[in-house]
Structure formats: structure tokens, C-alpha cells
Write a protein that binds this ligand. Structure first.
Ligand SMILES: *Cc1c(COP(=O)(O)O)cnc(C)c1O
Length: 429
């Protein structure tokens, strides 16, 4: 029986989508370590430039190893195409710059990664693109009020880093579409193993592949996935529906149909910014993704046990983990996440900053690190790291309690992780 990759289950796509060796070819994804590609004639190369034939020209724009991973990730998210980038930051930035220019505006949930806040509120602002941060838990009617005539996109994180709030993707998609703009969702934390935003109406998905997709904390990268569902032409995105003079007059919507957005991001922005990842990084990413489903199940199972344990401890004031029945996002997690809420748990210690420092110091196994979402259990005290410049008072305003700990639960044995947590808690006031 023949089944297509679209119909395969996530576990199968993790292994089988993307690279498909022909008879006698290597089973593992080959690393094509080459800047360029050899052709027989000048005419053959001319056809590539005319986009009359598919093929690789130069590894600033595409590479066969990276292309296989792009195809795998597109299949996992249910999109028509994907484009790898040098980092998650670049994926977020390019997802917006692909459809915006100076004078445009977009709306983003305020519950997003701190680096993304800087990008949106400082760097994009300098480029003349304005962002309004909104409370993602507002009603549709309240969200409506933030739209302006020059609003071009809506952005949110399916599971926010570090707030761990869950985005109501369907609500955000409805509001965005009512105003004729696409919804872009950063799906880094749940990964397509737990959540597929396109199934709920997202038009574009972005990831920092530096987190769970890679899963081993070995390389920085990002990816953009195009659902193919947004009608750019009907909604007046002339950057996609009129000729691009920088690419000898190609009109992306005519030439590429449903893949117009992702084709433009590659042919125009990746060409100009030079943000394509190396083949070796793509090889490592592909290797990581092969075990994504099993890892995400293990991370989620371990994290739920850690969250339940912390919730019962008299030393802990509050635990944030969407799969906990007591969590305010539990309903949304049940709706959008299929089989868990990933490995990241955060909690506030009753003893405040000094207890948090003591807890961190007393852990024997968990690593102190400025990273999350990998096989190793890692722990971070935001008040003394990412939010170090703020006073205790300002920290409360920023939603980062002085006693808050971000605990990224790995896939070591749960007994060892709990033992570590138990001992460190015993050292706290
Ligand atoms: C880490 C992260 C990013 C930034 O990704 P980099 O690969 O570090 O550039 C963006 N969004 C989320 C949700 C992240 O966790």
C-alpha cells in the first residue's frame, strides 16, 4: 500500500519525510559541503536563473542537505514549504520583513521571547516598522481595536518562552483574517510533535530550531514554514502579487501559486541577507528531528511529574505548567497540545531571591545554563541572568518574581531529576 508523507503520522515523518535515497544511495542524509553546483552548459544555468527549472545554484540560496530538512519540517507542520535560517531571531524577522516595509504596522502578543521583544520594539522600529504589543487573553472585540489601516500581520507564540502562557490560536487567526492579515505563530516550545498551528488557522509558522527541534543544544538555527493558505493577492500584498524588479520581474503569486510567500523569502531575502545555514548544521538538525516525537513525549512526561511534585511542596508558592489541572492555561493546552506541554516548567519559591540562589547552588545534576529545551535538565534564575539589570520592584512589574526559576526538564530518569529537585528544595528556607 502506498501512503504519501502528508498522510503519515508525526513519528513517521520525523524519520521518513525529506531525504529519500534512490537505489544504492546512502541511507543517512548526505552532507553536501559545496558552495556551488556543477552544470554542463551555460544554458542550463540560465534556466535556473529564469526559474524555468528547479536546481541549486549557490549555497547562500539553497543547498540539497538543507533542502531535505526544509521538506521534513514543512511535512511535520503541514505546510507547502519551509526555509531554514541562521537563527530563530532571523526566522521571526524575515517572516515579517517578507511582507512589510517602513511605514507598516503589526500586532504581537506581549507574551513572547525577550529577544523577540527587542527585535520588534527596538530594531524593527528603527527600520520604520511599528509593533503594538497586546495582551493575548483579550477578547476578539478588544483585539479588533488595535488594528490600523497599515497593519500587515499578527504574531504570537503557541507556548510562550518564558511565560508558559498558551496562545488561543483560533481566536488570533479569526481576528487576523477578519482584518485581511496573516497570523504568524512561533511554535518553538511545543514543536510540531505537540502542536501544529496551521491546523488551527495559522498562516506562517516560525521556529528557533536551536531548542527542541535540534534538541541537544549543539547549534543555533531557525525555520519559517508557509501554510500556503493565505491569499496574498486578494488581501493586497503587492510585494507578492506585482513584479519584483530585483528578480527580473517575477510575480511570486503567479509563478509560485500557494508557495509564493516562501519562494519570495528565499529568492529575495535569503539572497540579499545571506542568512542560509550551513549543510552540516542541517545534517545535525535532521538527526535531532528523527527522535523529536519520542523526546517530546519524554520531556512532557517528566515535566508534568516535576510540576506536580513542586506544586505539593510547602516551599513553593506557585508553579506554571499548562498541563497542570490548576494552571490557568490548562483548557487551551488540552485544546491545542497533543500529548503534553513540553519540558519547561517555571515556579516561584516562597523564600524569594535568596531561596532561588540556594536552590540553584544545591542542584547536583541540573546544569546552570542560559538555554532551554534540550535533552539535559537545565535551570535558570531569570532575576540574576536575563533580567539582571532590574530591581526587585521592576522584576515584579515585568512578571519575573525574584524567586522565579525556569526549569527545563530533560529526559534523564525522572527519579534522578526529582531526587535533585528534592535535595535542592531541602536547602531552601
Ligand atoms: C530561543 C527562542 C527564539 C530565538 O531563537 P535563536 O535561535 O536563539 O535565535 C525565538 N523564539 C523563541 C520562542 C525562543 O525560545
Amino acid at each position: 500500500m502506498f501512503i504519501t508523507f502528508k498522510e503519515m503520522k508525526t513519528e513517521t515523518k520525523c524519520i521518513k519525510a525529506g531525504y529519500k535515497p534512490n537505489n544504492g544511495e546512502p541511507m543517512a542524509l548526505p552532507i553536501y559541503q559545496s558552495t556551488t553546483y556543477s552544470y554542463d552548459t551555460a544554458e542550463a544555468i540560465g534556466k535556473l536563473f529564469d526559474l524555468a527549472e528547479d536546481g541549486h545554484m549557490y549555497s547562500r540560496i539553497s543547498n540539497p542537505t538543507v533542502a531535505c530538512v526544509e521538506e521534513k519540517i514543512a511535512a511535520l507542520e503541514g505546510g507547502v514549504g519551509a526555509l531554514c535560517t541562521s537563527s530563530g531571531q532571523m526566522a521571526s524577522m524575515m517572516s515579517l520583513l517578507n511582507i512589510m516595509e517602513a511605514g507598516d504596522h503589526f500586532i504581537s502578543s506581549s507574551k513572547i521571547y525577550g529577544g523577540t521583544v527587542n527585535l520588534f520594539m527596538v530594531t524593527l522600529k528603527r527600520l520604520g516598522i511599528e509593533c503594538t504589543l497586546v495582551d493575548q487573553d483579550l477578547s476578539e472585540e478588544e483585539l479588533d481595536k488595535y488594528f490600523k489601516p497599515n497593519t500587515k500581520a499578527v504574531f504570537g507564540e503557541s507556548l510562550a518562552n518564558p511565560a508558559l502562557s498558551v496562545l488561543d490560536i483560533e481566536k488570533f487567526a479569526r481576528v487576523a483574517h477578519k482584518h485581511g492579515v496573516p497570523l504568524i505563530v512561533d511554535n518553538t516550545f511545543p514543536t510540531p510533535a505537540l502542536c501544529r498551528p496551521i491546523e488551527f488557522g495559522a498562516d506562517i509558522v516560525v521556529h528557533s530550531t536551536s531548542k527542541y527541534l535540534d534538541g541537544h543544544a549543539i547549534q543555533v538555527g531557525g525555520v519559517i514554514i508557509d501554510s500556503g493558505n493565505f491569499d496574498w493577492k486578494a488581501n493586497g500584498y503587492t510585494c507578492l502579487s506585482t513584479p519584483d524588479e530585483s528578480y527580473h520581474g517575477v510575480t511570486y503569486t503567479e509563478k509560485f501559486g500557494k508557495s509564493a510567500y516562501i519562494a519570495k523569502a528565499r529568492l529575495q531575502l535569503t539572497r540579499d541577507f545571506g542568512t542560509y545555514p550551513p549543510a552540516f548544521s542541517a545534517f545535525l538538525l535532521d538527526l535531532g528531528i528523527q527522535t523529536l516525537s519520542v523526546r517530546m513525549k519524554a520531556h512532557s512526561e517528566n515535566a508534568l511529574k516535576v510540576a506536580e511534585f513542586l506544586e505539593k511542596s510547602p516551599k513553593v508558592e506557585k508553579v506554571f505548567y499548562p498541563s497542570l489541572e490548576s494552571d490557568s492555561y490548562n483548557g487551551l493546552a488540552k485544546k491545542y497540545f497533543d500529548g503534553g506541554s513540553s519540558g519547561v516548567v517555571s515556579f516561584i519559591l516562597k523564600g524569594g531571591r535568596s531561596s532561588a540562589m540556594e536552590f540553584m547552588k544545591s542542584l547536583k545534576m541540573a546544569t546552570n545554563a542560559v538555554h532551554v529545551a534540550a535533552v539535559n535538565t537545565m535551570v535558570l534564575h531569570p532575576a540574576s541572568a536575563t533580567h539582571r539589570q532590574l530591581t526587585d520592584e521592576q522584576l515584579v512589574g515585568a512578571g519575573v518574581a525574584p524567586g522565579l526559576i525556569r526549569f527545563s526538564v530533560g529526559i534523564e530518569h525522572i527519579d534522578d531529576i526529582l531526587e535533585d529537585v528534592k535535595y535542592a528544595l531541602s536547602k531552601c528556607e
